[in-house]
Design a protein around this ligand. Structure first.
Ligand SMILES: O=C(O)CCC(=O)C(=O)O
Ligand SMILES: [Fe+2]
Length: 290
């Protein structure tokens, strides 16, 4: 019980501590690649990603059409892949993240599983980079790929970079994400090993029976459901930096917490917290439209 109470208190402090780190970083951190802080421009995005997102917002777009514009890694597991950022943008973002990692700024770690890497929100990269990426590009794609998982109702996210290197974290245990949907983009550097493996949805019996191995390809992003069991194999050589965006739809998680599968009991928090809301997002009653 003491351990549990301590963990509850730790979690209750997270929001405030993150806000304090964010404020300090905003006032004293000097970026090395300031242009990654500019509002996301189409030039930063891979042509394939732009084309898939543009198709998804066009009238009459459907799943079949979108599937022609991205790679289906597993139809059965509904795992997809496509280039997300241009190589120069991946490089610039990586340089910025590495510069931050080497700075003496305070660092909140991505989650309970990763000891290295950074939270993009604390770095001030949510507003210019991740929020536009979610709203303008990921939402239309996800609405077609995963309409049943809140893909069309994404209203918050938790974005972080995970880093694997010799002498640091080298692998990631099997888990499911605190997210309805996840984007995982390999930013670099050069590395061997570190493939992702995917089982079934975590609720399924023997969900890890025959895992599917998926190699990371630098510049490409993997899309999957948050509840799909997965982990990362040990890094062989080099360093691996990946941008992970846990995408959340309050319309889905307000009904059922994706971690414990129960009706959530909410506690006030700063910012987006874990993506739950007290109010339902305004929805359009399509049956009332005539
Ligand atoms: O190491 C990876 O690429 C996977 C990271 C991941 O699954 C997570 O942070 O939720
Ligand atoms: Fe994950």
């Amino acid at each position: 019980m003491a351990e549990l109470e301590e963990e509850v208190e730790r979690r209750q402090r997270l929001g405030q501590e993150a806000a304090a780190r964010k404020a300090l970083i905003a006032s004293s951190y000097h970026p090395v690649r300031p242009h990654v802080y500019n509002t996301l421009q189409d030039e930063a995005l891979a042509p394939e990603f732009l084309a898939a997102a543009e198709y998804s917002t066009s009238p009459g777009a459907d799943l079949e059409g979108l599937l022609q514009r991205l790679e289906t890694v597993s139809g059965e597991k509904r795992i997809y892949r496509l280039p997300v950022f241009t190589a120069p943008f991946c490089q610039a973002l990586l340089e910025e993240l590495e510069h931050f990692e080497h700075s003496d700024m305070p660092k909140g770690r991505p989650n309970t599983m990763n000891n290295y890497g950074v939270l993009l929100h604390e770095l001030g990269l949510d507003e210019p980079l991740v929020t536009p990426l979610r709203e303008r590009f990921l939402q239309p794609l996800m609405a077609l790929l995963y309409p049943d998982c809140g893909g069309g109702w994404l209203d918050s996210h938790r974005a972080f970079v995970v880093k694997y290197a010799p002498g640091q974290d080298r692998e990631l245990g099997c888990h499911y994400d605190n997210a309805e949907l996840t984007l995982n983009v390999a930013l670099g550097k050069a590395f061997t090993g570190g493939a992702l493996y995917f089982g079934d949805l975590f609720q399924a019996p023997s969900a890890l029976a025959r895992p599917l191995e998926v190699e990371h390809v630098v510049g490409r992003g993997i899309l999957h459901r948050g509840g799909q069991l997965h982990g990362a194999r040990p890094l062989g050589t080099g360093e691996r930096w990946n941008l992970v965006v846990w995408l959340r739809a309050s319309a889905v998680r307000n009904r059922l917490c994706p971690m414990c599968c129960r009706k959530p009991e909410l506690v006030d928090d700063d910012g987006f917290g874990d993506g739950f809301t007290r109010e339902e997002p305004t929805t359009v009653d399509v049956c009332a439209l005539t």
